[in-house]
Design a protein around this ligand. Structure first.
Ligand SMILES: [Mg+2]
Length: 380
């Protein structure tokens, strides 16, 4: 079997554009992958075109060989953009291999360790733009999300703040966590995401003030570059710390684990290098007794890939999930979720197919990240 072509599709979604790919073969079997990377989706389509030259004619079933050949062979490696392209192709190759053998991808990874893949909800508060929602509205939305079946929720209570907060801003953020905790009760797992915005003293103050709310974790309190700062922070608080969504491939996770920088790691299936790389990172983390909570903020093909990999990872705990109901039709059959957990797909390969007929309804729209603004005031 040989790869004959790779096609890319840009699909406008909620707050971002999804990049899907389809790898074609000479045997008529095709595989889907995802290469979403906001805001560089059009750059990614071009990157995939360049990548294509190097994989056409290769056997898509020799996945370890293909991955190593491309990761090492391209010389300049551990780059996020390049690894997203590699991830998409890797995922599509697993899809092809599963379909060729007539089994779901998780059967290729040693079989399922669990029957469902539990998720935490993100974007459950998306009534309005971030920064214009009141503390009380966060609490009401959280209670509604729990009524709708979620038992774990994540959000950012920090508005547009960056680096450090004024006492008033900090009190608003703490009050937001307090009211959400009161609204959902003690048995719901709560997580807050700081998107790497704070300096060390601010991160430490917040993590310590959050201790009374029993958070499952505080995510990226600090920017990702200085791991020693994470070690400092982790030693100073009982609030568990999670990080790792911006790291690429297992080599960048080695130092994170060796230094015990965090309590949870958050590798992303399409940033790290694909399903196998996610599993290899998780296997490495097992030796450090470090649980894995994969990052999954992108589209449904990445979610499917994360489900198959997580199904076979003993130290997997919970998967991020961002519902985008207005785009459910991009898959021919949506992924099945019950009581806040994904069922394992049963069809061969990834078990999802792109519904390309609807793609021309969702035309690419440029969107820019607005996680925080170094000069704007908090408007919680
Ligand atoms: Mg995050």
């Amino acid at each position: 079997m040989k790869i004959t072509d790779i096609k890319s599709y840009l699909v406008e979604a909620h707050r971002r554009n999804w990049v899907f790919i389809e790898v074609e073969t000479d045997k008529g079997v095709t595989g889907v992958g995802e290469a979403t990377i906001e805001p560089f989706e059009r750059t990614m389509v071009t990157l995939i075109e360049d990548y294509k030259r190097t994989v056409i004619g290769k056997d898509p079933r020799a996945i370890e060989y293909l991955w190593e050949d491309r990761y090492r062979g391209q010389f300049l490696r551990s780059d996020l953009l390049v690894n997203v392209a590699l991830s998409a192709i890797e995922i599509a190759c697993w899809d092809i291999k599963g379909k060729a053998l007539g089994i779901p991808c998780y059967e290729l990874f040693g079989g399922p360790y669990r029957e469902t893949v539990p998720c935490y909800g993100n974007y459950w508060f998306m009534k309005t733009r971030m920064g214009s929602t009141t503390v009380g509205e966060y609490a009401e939305s959280a209670a509604r999300a729990v009524e709708n079946g979620f038992s774990a929720l994540k959000w950012s209570p920090f508005g547009y703040t960056a680096h450090a907060m004024s006492p008033q801003q900090e009190n608003i953020a703490v009050e937001c966590v307090r009211q959400v905790r009161e609204a959902v009760g003690p048995n719901v797992q709560l997580m807050v995401d700081a998107h790497g915005r704070f300096d060390l003293p601010q991160a430490r103050r917040l993590a310590q003030r959050f201790e009374e709310f029993d958070l499952y974790f505080m995510e990226e309190p600090l920017p990702p570059e200085n791991l020693n700062a994470y070690v400092e922070l982790k030693r100073s608080t009982r609030t568990p710390i999670a990080t790792g969504e911006r790291y690429v491939a297992r080599h960048q996770f080695r130092e994170l684990l060796e230094k015990y920088c965090c309590d949870y790691i958050q590798p992303d299936a399409i940033y790290t290098g694909g399903m196998n790389e996610l599993r290899k990172i998780a296997a490495m983390a097992e030796a450090y007794y470090c649980p894995v909570v994969p990052h999954n903020c992108n589209g449904p093909v990445c979610t499917a890939a994360s489900i198959h990999a997580a199904a076979c990872m003993p130290n997997f705990r919970i998967l991020e999930y961002i519902p985008v109901p207005e785009r459910e039709d991009v898959l021919i059959e949506p992924l099945e979720m019950k009581n806040g957990a994904f069922s394992l797909p049963t069809k061969p390969g990834l078990g999802v197919e792109l519904n390309k007929k609807v793609f021309d309804q969702y035309i690419y729209k440029p969107r820019d990240l607005d996680h925080f603004d170094p000069v704007r005031e908090i408007v919680l």
